[in-house]
Write a protein that binds this ligand. Structure first.
Ligand SMILES: Nc1nc2c(ncn2[C@@H]2O[C@H](COP(=O)(O)OP(=O)(O)O)[C@@H](O)[C@H]2O)c(=O)[nH]1
Ligand SMILES: [Mg+2]
Length: 424
């Protein structure tokens, strides 16, 4: 029997820019960048992009987001290209979404739904899966309600009102039930995660975190690196969390590597809190591997977005290694020009991985952990915070004048608190 591969969904993209609205601060995304990003996200969700429509206008149309002319253009494109789905950049109200679906005769979703779908597909931890489902349901609820309003307005038609409303009520009740269930399951998973972290932290190992814009290839690189670095004592670091692994560097030094998600501009609300938990690992990292896709036309813009997320997380002092990924997609003569200052690698072929491991080794050697005793006056709250954030506090004793601390600090951080060291 011939194997059947599911056909990829054919999608049309719509990017919009509202000229009467000031662009959100620090958002360097114009129409071009927004389209490129949307195309990448769509492909990552398994779709085939068959075309796009752009619209620049003072403000969105309340009923259909884009204007009537553009809507017609979209309809023609969809018919001509045999589209299955339309994806809008930005957010659609439930009403706009419904009106658009009716006008184009196709399913229409917005960037938030696309992102939720992508993350649902890629979520590897139980916590991630629960959180994404929760965000998806929360997104769906008001959209159900929207249809409820519409149905009751239609009212009267035989067989529409009663059963329609009942069905909606049932749907709503089921969703609320599921949401309650997900919330309590999440609480349990978080508790376990906290316990795991405490166990991990009992072993003083440096953590390196992979950061980088969505699709840069962090997870691919995570798999490549952890396959390359032989795990010495797996039982010791066994963890339920598949996004953290111990790996052993050429010097035999061991390091915990963590994969992350959530580096994306304008993240859907429900997901922000989800990623806070995962990004906690980033805040604890001594070293960041900032991965970018060398082939992405707007890679500098993506790097800025990543740095902005890092700044929001309060991560500013960790050392950073830039990693230019996907060099297998470039002709050899173009690689050096596009990866200046970065380690050039391919997670796919394994090219450059040895160099990356060696580089990691060197960076960690430059910043070894040292045990120190400090006495910080109360006025030095900022330094106390730094010590907690960047080091591992072994003992802490408060008295009326200040606080005495014994901690393991990276050498770089120790230099900042040298004035407060005491003998011991
Ligand atoms: N050609 C090529 N594709 C890659 C490479 N690394 C990752 N990819 C692809 O890029 C996409 C995003 O990778 P993923 O690891 O999920 O990115 P993440 O969002 O940063 O974790 C996937 O389709 C990968 O197969 C690489 O080195 N070369
Ligand atoms: Mg990933």
């Amino acid at each position: 029997m011939p194997t059947v591969t599911p056909r990829r969904e054919r999608v049309l993209l719509v990017a919009t820019e509202w000229t009467a609205r000031p662009a959100p601060a620090a958002c360097g995304f114009g129409l071009e960048e927004a389209l490129a990003e949307l195309a990448e996200l769509s492909r990552s969700a398994g779709a085939e992009v068959i075309g796009h429509v752009q619209q620049r206008r003072p403000a969105p149309d309340p009923a259909t987001c884009i204007g009537p002319g553009k809507l017609q253009e979209l309809g023609h494109l969809a018919a001509a290209g045999g589209a299955d789905l339309v994806i809008f950049d930005g957010q659609l109200s439930p009403t706009q979404q419904r009106n658009l679906e009716r006008a184009v005769g196709l399913r229409v979703i917005d960037r938030t739904q696309l992102i939720l779908d992508t993350f649902a597909r890629h979520a590897r931890t139980r916590e991630g899966q629960l959180q994404v489902e929760l965000a998806q349901l929360e997104y769906r609820l008001p959209r159900l309600t929207g249809r409820g309003v519409e149905l009751s307005r239609l009212g009267g038609g035989i067989g529409t009102r009663g059963p329609g409303e009942t069905q909606l009520e049932n749907d709503r009740r089921r969703i609320h039930q599921r949401i309650r269930h997900l919330r309590s399951a999440l609480e349990e998973v978080r508790r376990q995660r906290q316990q795991q972290r405490q166990k991990r932290e009992a072993v003083p190992l440096a953590t390196a975190a992979l950061v980088g814009y969505t699709n840069a290839g962090k997870s691919a690189l995570f798999n490549r690196l952890t396959a390359a670095g032989v795990l010495t004592s797996p039982r010791m670091f066994a963890t339920l969390d598949p996004t953290i692994r111990a790996l052993s560097l050429p010097s035999r030094r061991r390091v915990l590597l963590s994969d992350t998600v959530g580096f994306l501009r304008q993240l859907p609300h429900g997901l922000i809190s989800a990623f806070r938990a995962t990004l906690e690992e980033v805040r604890r990292a001594r070293l960041l591997l900032h991965v970018f896709d060398v082939t992405a036309p707007h890679r500098e813009e993506y790097q800025r977005q990543v740095r902005q997320v890092l700044a929001e997380l309060g991560v500013e002092s960790a050392a950073e290694i830039m990693v230019a990924n996907k060099i297998d997609l470039l002709p050899p003569e173009d690689i050096a020009g596009r990866s200046a200052g970065a380690v050039a690698v391919s997670a796919k072929t394994g090219a450059g991985i040895e160099e990356l491991l060696a580089r990691l080794d060197r960076e960690l050697a430059l910043d070894p952990l040292q045990t120190v005793r400090l006495r910080l006056p109360h006025a030095e709250g900022r330094l106390l915070h730094l010590v907690h954030e960047g080091g591992r506090v072994l003992r802490e004793q408060h008295d009326p004048d200040g606080v005495e601390i014994e901690a393991q600090l990276p050498a770089s951080l120790r230099r900042q608190v040298r004035a407060f060291e005491i003998g011991g």
